[in-house]
Design a binder for this molecule. Structure first.
Ligand SMILES: NC(=O)C1=CN([C@@H]2O[C@H](COP(=O)(O)OP(=O)(O)OC[C@H]3O[C@@H](n4cnc5c(N)ncnc54)[C@H](O)[C@@H]3O)[C@@H](O)[C@H]2O)[C@@H](O)CC1
Ligand SMILES: [K+]
Length: 503
């Protein structure tokens, strides 16, 4: 699914109104209607709803929603600033609300002495995607007051105070939602940790904006959603043999870190690789042969890797648990100097590369690197925030002609063509040592099977997150282990096969 900037979303609204038999007010009514449906499913009528509405169209959504909820029998109170000019649509919906005697409307100055009852739900419709400067002091005070209230909080379209496409200022006043009910598509700031933290759980409602605009409008930002994955996933043909699915070699492990090699190898095996090798030091021989008997062992040294032979037609995934011993460094750099096929690189292999910026030039074109923020910083330098980091990643992916998988809560796949694919599978239970090893194994297996680098990276991060979600459901986010995630990869493939009727 494409992601648009706030400016593009406004154009999308305007295009839809101009080219479809629908008015701006009707769109607002549809938007409010979809919120009502969600609220009815999630809160019983014993709840009281307190709306805080701004003067733009986000406030208009709030007024429309307040009226529709009241009509469904909910107790509704509205706070708004009648002294400021409303947008045209907000004014219509404000007047409609005002005409209902059962809805109390107060000015913002009364929020302090209002007695909220125990079953209150706060609805934030102060600002939507039109916010273009920091909120004024009085509104910042209101937001801070609301954030301190211990009631469920729901934001309409975007938590007020967030800027849809940009980093927020230090100490910016932002409403902290438990749920964000957003229209038509995700906003970029939802994906970034500094701003995403304010959104709570995100629900996206299709309000019927023009499909034609969606198809033709150009963007470089995408969500990795189920439909993209179904287009990418290649079901296994029955007329095939192990050679059909390629050869993968995991280069990993050192004394005390053989577990990393085990996890990367297991994930590779579980992700469909035809023939799998693992190059590791001899201290891991028995462990690897016992835990991953399907993989063939290639010795790379005694306690850490110092040298290894490599088969040119194998696909290499390098890095987990290698350590950064000078001997290992020499071996990895020698390998990179002698290979032209795309490789997958993570962890200590990235640390080895980051020691000298010249090493980056050794990466074969279309290779995939999978740094977490700290590794990214070692490779490419410090940035102030995740928005800046992404900008730098775009620049480096293009410059080096590689794919960067920037690991985060919403991992981003950055292509050499300046596109960004945001992942929305996965959960905090995956924030544990070993998760990255599994990701390297998965992506290596996909690349070995003939997926392009772009598809291997995109499908790989989605699969990894989905398997993590399945493991989280089974064991809880706290208790789930990367090994559980690896065991769930099979269920993700079953999930995909079920959704693909031709399979
Ligand atoms: N037909 C439409 O245009 C639709 C609009 N929708 C809603 O409309 C919202 C966008 O509405 P608007 O563009 O009117 O803008 P907003 O309602 O987001 O509010 C911003 C308004 O306040 C002003 N403003 C910006 N920054 C400010 C600040 N720091 N302090 C005080 N005022 C500030 C702006 O000039 C603008 O008028 C969306 O987020 C969505 O909720 C939805 O109803 C869907 C349909
Ligand atoms: K809002």
């Amino acid at each position: 699914m494409k992601i648009f900037s706030a400016q593009q979303i406004k154009k999308w609204d305007a295009f839809s109104i101009l080219n479809n038999p629908i008015s701006s007010l009707q769109l607002m009514e549809i938007a409010a209607g979809s919120c009502v449906e969600w609220i009815i499913k999630n809160y019983d009528p014993a709840h009281s709803f307190c709306f805080f509405c701004g003067n733009g169209n986000n406030g208009g959504d709030g007024f429309a929603l307040a009226r529709l909820l009241y009509e469904k029998g909910f107790d509704v109170t509205v706070f708004a600033d009648q002294n400021k000019k409303f947008s045209a649509e907000a004014l219509v919906n404000f007047e409609r609300c005002k005409a209902i005697s059962g809805i109390d409307i107060f000015g913002f100055e009364h929020f302090n002495d209002f007695s909220f009852n125990e079953s209150t739900v706060i609805i934030d419709a102060l600002f939507g995607i039109g916010l273009n400067r920091p909120v004024e002091e009085a509104t910042a005070k209101l937001i801070s007051f609301l954030n301190d209230l211990n009631f469920p909080k729901v934001s309409i379209d975007i938590p007020s105070g967030l800027i849809p496409d940009e980093m927020i200022g230090v100490n910016a006043a932002v409403f902290k939602a438990d749920h964000t009910l957003t229209f038509q598509s995700w906003k970029k700031s939802f994906f970034h940790p500094e701003s995403g933290i304010f959104c709570g759980k995100i629900q996206v409602f299709d309000i019927g904006l023009s499909k034609e605009f969606y198809t033709h409008e150009i963007t470089n930002d995408y969500i990795i959603d189920d439909s993209l994955i179904h287009e990418t996933y290649k079901p296994r043909s029955e007329f095939s043999h192990k050679g059909t699915f390629g050869k993968a070699t995991i280069v990993a492990g050192s004394f005390g870190k053989i577990g990393a090699a085990v996890m990367a190898t297991k994930a590779c095996l579980r992700s469909g690789s035809g023939i799998t090798f693992v190059t590791a030091p001899n201290c891991g021989y028995e462990i690897l042969q016992n835990s991953c008997p399907e993989a063939m062992f290639i010795s790379g040294g005694q306690n850490y890797i110092v040298d290894f032979d490599f088969e040119e037609n194998s696909t290499f995934g390098i890095g987990p648990g290698l350590g950064t011993h000078p001997g290992t460094e020499t071996a990895i750099l020698k390998f990179l100097k002698n290979t032209i096929k795309p490789v997958v690189i993570d962890a200590d292999a990235l640390n080895i590369i980051s020691e000298n910026s010249e090493h980056l030039k050794l990466l074969p074109k279309k290779s995939i690197i999978t740094p977490h923020p700290k590794e990214f910083e070692r490779l490419f330098g410090q940035t102030q925030n995740s928005f800046e980091r992404l900008r730098l990643a775009r620049q480096k992916a293009e410059e080096l002609q590689i794919f960067i998988v920037l690991k985060d809560h919403h991992t981003q796949v950055i292509t050499p063509q300046n596109q960004v694919y945001y992942n929305i599978t996965g959960n905090s239970g995956m924030a544990k040592g070993g998760s990255g090893d599994a990701l390297l194994g998965i992506i290596t297996a996909l690349l070995a099977q003939g997926y392009s680098s772009q598809h291997a990276a995109i499908f790989g991060v989605w699969l990894h997150g989905k398997a993590g979600d399945f493991a989280g459901e089974k064991f809880s986010k706290e208790a789930m282990l990367p090994s559980d995630l690896i065991e769930e990869i099979g269920n993700v493939f079953k999930f995909l096969a079920k959704k693909n009727p031709s399979d």
